[in-house]
Design a protein around this ligand. Structure first.
Ligand code: AMP
Length: 560
């Protein structure tokens, strides 16, 4: 069996990143992948997609910015005081690695794809950061600066390699002579680009079946400012009915059940079954195999009401959930979609069909079917229609009723729509609070004052610019609880890029939701905008920086 070297993968990934032309990228990928044998093809495709293991694999390397930095500083001998500015200048830990790692010449034993995978597996199963750092150090010691770059990118999960999974899908489709949609579909079902590659190579794509306990990406909604905009949208698309349901203020959950096994996955596709044992138990006792999509909320069974997110926060922070905590913060899963039922994949069935099947199931608390009625579009008024002083628009009234029930707003869904994993389309629309909030990324923190002088409690935050760059839009004194601030202080200390004494530049990884009174133009911020009276509403551990709001959103609110 020919050996495939990690260096060839690194050179390929680099060459793909070097050109902006899609066709050239695809040609580079095809000429690298075609000669690989089956087992190396699987590994190479996963690496190219930016992760050592399949997307559906639950293992994580848990090597963060600070562990990788410690290793790089030690192996390169760089002055730690110069390291921070270099990270800021290059903006990418992989590039920092190539820049500072020494070239040790030809290694005795070159790294192969297989031995790289073994090293990643060892790091994933090592306990404690010390052990992980040691394994990473020994691994990078065997690497050239270019290999070091991709080891660092793969261990820290930094996907910015000029190469997205979609590009690998396209290369595989071309190599197999099939439509790219076929490859995408199978990759989505299997949650593994490596196995998808193998099936494509051997003409076996049509055999792929959805697998339980491999979480699918969630379908997402597009925000609209006012309920009445929805009517305009629906008329533009000739919809006659719309499903309207409450937007619950909890955490998104995907529930899988097969035989006696039941598992729950978070929006980041991590298993969270242990957090909600009572939901998992109810799920396990259902007489069907299925996948649900829903929102887990804190819930009062006596009133049949969902409680505010802050109530749920208590449960989210704990690793183990005691009986006391379950009694103190009861939860429910508001189930709003059915993606699989007894051997049948329902993603490509219209929502109306999925809703009918969901309605036919017998669920009991803490599994609750989210009320959802198809409302005729005719009879709903678009913005500006109707006379002053008349009945309020039905949608506005429904929005207010949802708010009165303690929920966040409304979700509006098109009956004919298919379930599109990972897509934010117009088939689902969300209407949030009348006063907008923004999800932003913390970029810098400062020590507080008075009681909070030993806590990093003041946050500067940013939205995403057109090229994905972070643009600051404000600074807020924390509205978080002391316990949260203390925990975040530790995190920020461990993820400081540069320490200026009073303030620290931190790794942009924490997403928070901020409320504000208004958005003003500002010459002080590169974004051109500043939030007026921003307040931190809550941490959004369920969101990644790439899920934050964009400069376009800010502009739309400022102008709207
Ligand atoms: P946002 O977090 O503001 O982007 O809003 C989208 C989120 O709303 C989804 O990811 C779900 O977690 C949540 N959500 C609450 N209620 C519903 C619902 N009825 N249908 C779909 N998503 C919902």
């Amino acid at each position: 069996m020919p050996l495939s070297f990690f260096a060839d993968f690194a050179r390929t990934a680099d060459a793909v990143g070097m050109t902006t032309k899609r066709l050239e990228k695809l040609a580079v990928l095809a000429s690298y992948l075609s000669p690989l044998d089956d087992s190396d093809l699987i590994i190479a495709c996963r690496f190219l997609a930016g992760r050592p293991f399949p997307a559906s694999d639950e293992r994580t390397l848990n090597v963060g910015f600070s562990v990788a930095s410690t290793v790089l500083i030690e192996l390169s001998g760089i002055d730690p005081a110069e390291y921070g500015p270099l990270v800021v200048r290059l903006g990418d830990l992989g590039d920092v690695a190539t820049d500072i790692l020494p070239n040790r010449g030809e290694p005795d034993e070159p790294i192969t794809l297989r031995s790289a995978l073994n090293a990643f597996e060892a790091i994933a199963s090592a306990r404690g950061t010390g052990q992980k750092a040691l394994l990473l150090r020994n691994f990078i010691l065997r690497a050239s600066p270019l290999e070091g770059k991709y080891i660092v990118k793969l261990v820290t999960g930094d996907m910015r390699m000029g190469l997205k999974e979609s590009l690998v899908e396209e290369a595989l489709a071309r190599m197999a002579g099939v439509r790219v949609e076929e490859v995408q579909w199978v990759n989505m079902l299997l949650g593994d680009i490596g196995e998808t590659a193998l099936m494509a190579r051997h003409g076996r794509l049509p055999e792929a079946r959805m697998r339980l306990f491999h979480p699918l990406k969630f379908m997402l909604a597009t925000p609209v400012e006012k309920p009445s905009e929805i009517v305009t949208e629906a008329r533009n698309r000739d919809e006659t009915r719309l499903y309207i349901e409450d937007k619950y203020d909890g955490v998104r959950a995907q529930l899988h059940k097969e035989g006696d096994r039941a598992d729950i996955y978070s929006r980041t596709l991590d298993p969270v079954t242990h957090r909600f044992p009572e939901v998992a138990q109810a799920l396990a006792s259902l007489p069907h195999d299925l996948i649900f999509d829903g929102e887990i909320v804190a819930y009062s069974q006596t009133d049949g009401r969902c409680l505010q997110f802050t109530a749920l926060q208590k449960r989210l922070g704990r690793k183990t959930v005691s009986d006391d905590l379950m009694a103190e913060v009861p939860v429910a899963c508001m189930v709003f979609d059915l993606l699989y039922l007894d051997g049948v994949t329902l993603l490509e069935r219209p929502l109306s069909h999925r809703k009918e099947l969901l309605a036919s199931l017998d669920l009991s608390y803490p599994l609750v079917k989210a009320p959802s009625e198809p409302v005729p579009v005719e009879g709903l008024k678009a913005e500006g229609e109707g006379d002053e002083g008349e009945e309020p628009h039905l949608l506005d009234a429904m929005f207010d009723a949802a708010r009165e029930r303690g929920n966040e707003g409304l979700m509006v869904k098109t009956p004919g729509s298919l379930y599109s994993p990972g897509k934010r389309g117009k088939a689902w629309l969300k209407v949030k609070r009348a006063l907008a909030t923004l999800d932003v990324v913390v970029t810098a923190v400062e020590w507080g004052h008075g009681k909070r002088r030993s806590m990093l409690s003041d946050y500067t935050f940013a939205v995403l610019g057109p090229g994905g760059q972070l643009l600051n839009v404000g600074k807020a004194y924390s509205g978080l609880t002391d316990a949260e601030i203390i925990e975040m202080t530790e995190w920020f200390k461990a993820h400081t890029i540069r320490d200026f004494g009073r303030a620290r530049l931190v790794e942009p990884a924490v997403v928070i939701e901020v409320a504000f009174d208004k958005i003003q133009s500002s010459a002080r911020h590169k974004s051109g905008y500043a939030l007026r009276f921003p307040r931190i509403v809550r941490l959004r551990p369920d969101k990644r920086p790439q899920d934050a709001n964009t400069l376009d959103d800010v502009r739309a609110i400022a102008e709207g």
